[in-house]
Design a protein around this ligand. Sequence first.
Ligand SMILES: [Zn+2]
Length: 158
Amino acid sequence: MSLPAYNEKKHEKMLAIGRKLEKKQTHQLEQPFVETIMQTLEFFGADGRDLGQIKIDLCLAKYKIWDAMGMWYSSEYFQSKPIYRGIDKLVDVYIKQNHVGGFAWFLRGHDLECEEPHRCEDCIKSYDDWHNQTPEERMEDQKEMEKFYGPVIDGGDD
Ligand SMILES: [Zn+2]
């Protein structure tokens, strides 16, 4: 399968949206964000080494999503690997959703293999409902989610 080409206009658009959206976002990403980003990239063929790097960027270096995605999207290393199909999809979803929580919830709720990235109000609303839960409710939700999606992927050690 051929890999998508780097598109400078798309890159700039994503950065512009991200700077605006994540201005007030904390650097501590909520757990489902890291999981769903890594699961999406793994689905599109990221290997263990790639996922290790992604996890470091998101969890240790604590880059904001748009900042990390901008690095991945413009990385010549990733551009020649299967992971790039996934990165390209992430960028498209981020631009279309124009909402950080809606971005992550889209990745969880939609099948990007057969659906083109688009704006989904249901995902945005579903994120907002989740975000406004009490800590107890959220704990329950996290347990439920792990039943479906499994615990967070550990791609760093191989
Ligand atoms: Zn949706």
